[in-house]
Design a protein around this ligand. Structure first.
Ligand code: MSP
Length: 531
């Protein structure tokens, strides 16, 4: 049986529709999930929505809806956005679903019985927006007002001694530090790991896990007046979606899938994922996820893009200009995954033209046109002897480049270094374009005695295209399929043995070759009417 491989995105708040930031995490997880499927793993790719909490209840009220109605009309917008981005998630969890709520309750019952929870009254600075308490030393002073260190909004001092349930997080500091030590890759990249370690070394306080001031959440099973703190509720999605808290069959599935290989998160939410979440799992006696990878922020003109700062562009706007696959390619490759980086329309046009229009797209147009023109729309046939003779005469640079790619490419995927993944594949598309120039098939076609030479060159070019369609498929599934179809193949994303299909020479001779519309028509910044 294929190895289970699970990757998750954060579950997104329903107070905003999908924007470039949330799409970023989701596309990255999708590319990895697609690669692992093609590489033979039994993949489970999970995303979903974080639907509880005071903010959601307030948004619903402002819009004259019940919180459930509010969530129910936002959820399809996310699902539609992910469909438009060709996101191949296997499940979509919503925290208002019964399967999630029962799992959260099962989890609290377990921790309660194990003695990790206690009730106490609480005083402190509270941010309604982040739904989080902050200590005196964490709050920031803005114009004499105590403000939230995260969102910079004014804080409220909660002095009425609200009774809350607490999780004994403070007991887990040493265990967490020992764990980070023994599992150096648990938090990636290293800079985030260092941040997490120094945070834990600074000492952990117990964590308030319930609220009584509103009721839009999962009630604690042993104290119904309390609902679960929204962040803790949200983290549990990673296990409830796999079947935790369900019947025997669901628990068997959970045990098969858990722990997951990757949680993909933004760097803003690492404390939750790398400190609180592992401590909760330790308390429950569950294994920890293999890796939490924290990516950086996308910045436009130096500022984080988000709904609240008003500089969010919708993915749909960019897809309308660049096309879906180019959108995915740009976001995966321009900023090395894990770093912060600036994105801009100008840069997007540059990358689009250089890597896609002039390289991969151009290669396809030229090769398909020549196969149609010189070989009547068929992959040229050469006997093994002729092929060997041509190799001896001309060398076979494309084959040489192609043979090193799988190892480099899969290693880059293992490191979730998407920029390197694309660079590994692009070596072949650049080399193939240069090969066409060097071999000048249009000259070979003028001399009938060079028919075998011409067949050799066109076969090699089409074979490079087959391989490139495979390698680009996790990033650009739709254009890869089009390229595949143009050489008489189909099902590029259904491959389950990428290493085997990456062997040179598998394109069947005689396969039909058809021209297709340019995969990436050239774009001009000036024509786009941009600033
Ligand atoms: N609901 C919580 C997550 C709970 S997971 C158990 C949440 N939701 S969110 O809707 O705010 O989405 C957060 C994700 O989007 C984070 O991973 C965050 O880093 C990412 N991004 C939001 N804006 C971003 C950028 N401008 N750039 C990159 N990613 C950013 O937090």
């Amino acid at each position: 049986m294929a190895t289970s491989y699970a990757v998750t995105t954060p579950i997104y708040y329903v107070n905003a529709t999908p924007h470039l930031g949330t799409a970023y995490t989701t596309v990255a997880a999708d590319a990895l999930a697609r690669f692992e499927r093609m590489d033979g793993k039994d993949v489970f790719f999970l995303t979903g929505l974080d639907e509880h909490g005071q903010k959601v209840a307030e948004s619903a009220e402002r819009n004259g809806m019940t919180p459930q109605e509010w969530c129910d009309q936002i959820a399809p917008k996310f699902q539609e956005a992910w469909r438009q981005l060709s996101i191949s998630n296997d499940d979509f969890i919503r925290t208002t679903e019964p399967r999630h709520m029962r799992g959260v309750q099962a989890f609290w019952t377990d921790l309660y019985e194990k003695g990790y929870l206690y009730k106490a009254s609480y005083e402190g600075w509270y941010c309604i927006h982040e739904e989080t308490y902050y200590t005196e030393s964490e709050v920031v002073d803005i114009d004499g007002e105590k403000c939230c260190p995260e969102c910079k909004r004014p804080l409220r001092y909660n002095s009425d001694g609200e009774e809350n349930w607490f999780f004994k997080l403070s007991e887990f500091g040493d265990k967490l530090l020992a764990y980070y030590d023994e599992h150096p890759d648990f938090v990636c990249p290293q800079t985030r790991r260092n941040e997490v370690v120094s945070f834990v070394k600074g000492g952990l306080k117990d964590l308030s896990i319930s609220r009584t001031t509103f009721d839009w959440g999962v009630p604690l099973p042993f104290d119904e007046g309390h609902v679960t703190y929204v962040w803790i509720d949200a983290l549990l999605n990673y296990i409830t979606a796999l079947g935790y808290g369900g019947n025997e069959e669901e628990m068997a599935e959970f045990n098969r899938r858990w722990p997951v290989q990757y949680h993909f998160v933004g760097k803003d939410i690492i404390r939750f994922h790398c400190v609180i979440w592992p401590a909760m799992l330790m308390a429950a006696g569950l294994p920890l996820p293999e890796k939490v990878f924290a990516h950086g922020f996308l910045l436009t003109k130096g500022e984080k893009m988000s709904k609240s700062t008003g500089n969010a562009v919708s993915p749909a706007d960019l897809i309308a200009i660049f096309g879906l696959d180019a959108y995915r390619y740009y976001f995966l490759t321009d900023v090395p995954f894990g770093n912060d980086g600036s994105i801009s329309m100008e840069r997007m046009v540059q990358v689009y033209n250089a890597d896609l229009a002039n390289t991969w797209g151009n290669l396809c147009s030229r090769a398909f046109n020549m196969a149609v023109k010189y070989f009547g729309g068929k992959v040229p046939e050469l006997s093994a002897e002729d092929y060997a003779a041509m190799e001896a005469k001309h060398g076979n640079p494309l084959k040489e480049v192609a043979e090193g790619i799988y190892a480099e490419y899969s290693q880059a995927f293992n490191n979730v270094a998407f920029t390197d993944v694309a660079a590994a594949a692009s070596k072949l598309s650049q080399r193939a374009n240069a090969y066409i120039e060097e071999m000048a098939p249009w000259n070979l076609a003028k001399d009938e005695s060079l028919g075998t030479d011409l067949a050799f060159v066109i076969y090699n070019t089409l074979e490079a295209i087959r391989l490139l369609a495979c390698y680009y498929a996790p990033f650009m599934p739709n254009t890869s399929e089009t390229a595949f179809e143009s050489i008489g193949l189909s099902g590029v994303t259904e491959i389950v043995n990428l290493e085997d299909v990456s062997a040179w020479g598998l394109l069947p001779a005689g396969n039909p070759v058809t021209k297709c519309a340019p995969l990436f028509p050239r774009l001009n910044v000036a024509d786009l009417g941009l600033e």
